[in-house]
Design a protein. Structure first.
Length: 217
């Protein structure tokens, strides 16, 4: 987030967004409260006033990031044509792709916490996203086993988050993957459901490969 946009936020929001951006780039352990205060253009005392500690500040960042995805899940559940769980999951997965494309700080933060640092809070956020997908899936397939619903929800999540979490690697083959000028920015994989228990991705030609039937059992 640019300094100009940060200036338009309240003090509490500036601190949270500054922390989000720095945690995404430097990691939690390497980011000091002083550097957050400097980026947010506030005092250390104001950070202590609003959040208490660095750990509590990270918890606030996590809650804010998760709230974005929860809103997308709610919109997917209420959206037109989302009567089935699979349709709602597709809509939610598409919403995840939009978030990742339009909010690079969120994309970087989730990748840093869940993949680069494999931090407990990052793993918990992935679990929360999976739980949201499971909830949507259960609406239309209550008769399926919990394992089946879990596996299909996981497939949706991997296809939706894959481009963002693997961005440094994928950009070697598709440099404009998240470029704003790209019509598919952040949407390297459009999630579609095929037969029950399977998720069929529509991927760019660079990544298209035949999938052995044995993969699906």
């Amino acid at each position: 987030m640019s300094d100009i946009l940060l200036a338009d936020l309240t003090g509490r929001a500036r601190i949270r967004h500054a922390a989000l951006a720095l945690f995404a780039v430097e990691g939690y352990a390497q980011t000091s409260l002083r550097s957050i205060a400097q980026k947010a253009q506030v005092s250390l005392a104001l950070i202590a006033h609003h959040f208490g500690s660095k750990h509590q500040l990270r918890d606030a960042v996590d809650r804010w990031v998760l709230s974005i995805f929860e809103k997308a899940a709610a919109e997917a559940a209420l959206g037109e044509g989302s009567a089935s769980g699979e349709a709602a999951c597709r809509a939610f997965a598409s919403g995840i792709g939009d978030i990742m494309a339009m909010q690079p700080e969120v994309r970087g933060y989730l990748r840093r916490m869940a993949v680069v640092d494999a931090a407990p809070n990052g793993i918990a956020m992935i679990g929360s996203l999976l739980a949201l997908l499971r909830g949507l899936m259960e609406r239309s397939h209550p008769q399926r086993s919990e394992r089946d619903r879990g596996e299909q929800s996981l497939q949706f999540l991997l296809l939706a988050l894959g481009p963002a979490l693997l961005e440094p690697v994928l950009q070697r083959y598709m440099p404009d993957l998240f470029a704003e000028s790209s019509p598919r920015a952040g949407r390297a994989m459009d999630v579609q459901a095929s037969s029950p228990g399977r998720v069929a991705p529509s991927v760019p030609s660079q990544f298209a490969r035949p999938v052995p039937s044995a993969v699906y059992g």
